[in-house]
Design a protein around this ligand. Structure first.
Ligand code: ZN
Length: 432
């Protein structure tokens, strides 16, 4: 039913062009996909050494909204999100046992999928696991070695030689000064140092039985090569949009570009989209700072998943979102008010048809869409949605809404909710 409604509404209110801020060019650019009608997207997915927290889900919920805007515009979206199930922290968490690591990472991965479902996130087309794509990483590293962009040390580690990478640092606008000569042995999300980074990490004692025997050496891949290899395998480069959190800009994405460009001669993506952090009491929510909640914990405190989703979407993605329980309560109240209005609308059986109601529907949908297409201003679109629902509710109460008006109003709300994704899942208007 939703698809049919969308089609009908699109015919008289066309979607605007989608424009958004591209990290690489530091400009708001109009989006054009490489293949007509198809948008190929790669998102850096969760590192599953621990269960993803609310802060991680800010990015995933935002990325879901991006996908929904593209779908509303009529794009077929091909979306990949990797699962980082091997890196320093998962090896540490498993204390060097491959069996334990698999158990931990699979458990957290399942939890990630469950929570994504609870938050009404449309699943990606594929969630490739790093551990299942080792040979593609090895293949890429071999290419980089052959081109002398990488080198092997005496211990079996392979490093990317950043002094050979033209324009290294340009993407993240980094100036490294004298820092570039060093070797970076760490391999995690919060790496801030610049230098020759690991492509392949040779086995060492603490790794236990966590290793792969490859022509490079006995060891495991570095984190950055995981994404470069998997996006090349599953999407091909360049693809349309690469998404991630702002802390991925340096070093992860800078390094990804160096690897992909080095191995293929092509940039990975045409547009880069980065979502800012979630703050708790002024500090970034992160596993390493220990100031985090999981979505399920917050849900356990009595908040609906829809309210959590709405709160996560309530601030523009290029601004930091301050997570507060009062913000969450406001989101829950707003949604309750929307539902109340909707049910009064569903109960609307009689009333005078009014051109005003239809005009309001068209204007609201047009304004909703222009916000959604304008650098994904979802908070402004949400405002339009709530405002519209309230006004329609008042019309229904005053018996100034005929059956035809009510039908159009419901269709309008469905079209908006196809982008927001927080009302329909809870179920409303049964039997209509
Ligand atoms: Zn990545």
């Amino acid at each position: 039913m939703q698809a049919r409604n969308k089609k009908r509404l699109f015919s008289y209110i066309p979607m605007r062009a989608i424009r958004f801020y591209d990290t690489a060019s530091r400009k708001v650019r109009e989006f054009h996909s490489l293949r007509k009608g198809e948008a190929r997207i790669y998102s850096c997915g969760p590192s599953v050494y621990a269960a993803p927290h609310l802060g991680n889900f800010r990015s995933y919920v935002f990325e879901d909204a991006v996908k929904r805007v593209l779908m509303a515009k009529g794009y077929r979206v091909l979306h990949m999100m990797n699962i980082t199930d091997i890196e320093d922290k998962s090896v540490r968490a498993a204390k060097g046992s491959m069996r334990r690591m698999k158990k931990i990472t699979r458990r957290n991965e399942s939890q990630f999928h469950r929570t994504s479902g609870n938050l009404n996130i449309i699943p990606a087309n594929k969630y490739p696991r790093a551990t299942e794509n080792i040979r593609f990483m090895v293949r890429m590293i071999k290419k980089l070695l052959a081109k002398r962009l990488a080198y092997k040390d005496g211990g079996g580690n392979v490093f990317m030689d950043v002094s050979k990478v033209r324009g290294y640092g340009r993407f993240s606008r980094s100036r490294f000064g004298r820092g570039l000569g060093r070797k970076v042995m760490k391999d995690d999300y919060y790496q801030r140092e610049a230098g020759d980074f690991l492509l392949w990490k040779a086995w060492r004692k603490g790794d236990g039985d966590i290793f792969w025997k490859t022509p490079l050496s006995k060891g495991r891949p570095g984190w950055h090569i995981e994404c470069s290899a998997m996006e090349l395998r599953f999407l091909g480069v360049p693809f349309d949009i690469h998404e991630g959190g702002v802390d991925n800009i340096f070093s992860h994405h800078e390094n990804e570009i160096a690897q992909t460009e080095g191995a293929t001669g092509k940039k990975p993506a045409r547009h880069w989209l980065h979502c800012r952090h979630l703050l708790v009491k002024g500090k970034k929510m992160s596993k390493s700072l220990g100031n985090f909640y999981t979505v399920e914990e917050v849900h356990g405190m009595g908040f609906g998943y829809d309210a959590i989703r709405a709160h996560l979407l309530s601030t523009h993605y290029r601004r930091r979102l301050n997570f507060t329980f009062s913000g969450l309560r406001k989101a829950a109240d707003d949604l309750r008010a929307c539902r109340r209005c909707l049910s009064s609308l569903c109960a609307c059986r009689s009333g005078k048809e009014s051109p005003e109601a239809d005009r309001l529907a068209k204007e609201s949908l047009d304004s909703f869409r222009s916000h959604a297409c304008d650098d994904f201003n979802i908070p402004a679109a949400m405002e339009v949605f709530c405002h519209y629902v309230r006004r329609v509710g008042r019309l229904a109460k005053g018996r100034r809404l005929g059956r035809k008006n009510a039908k159009l109003a419901r269709e309008t709300m469905l079209a908006m909710d196809a982008v927001l994704g927080f009302v329909v899942k809870g179920g409303w208007c049964h039997g209509n």
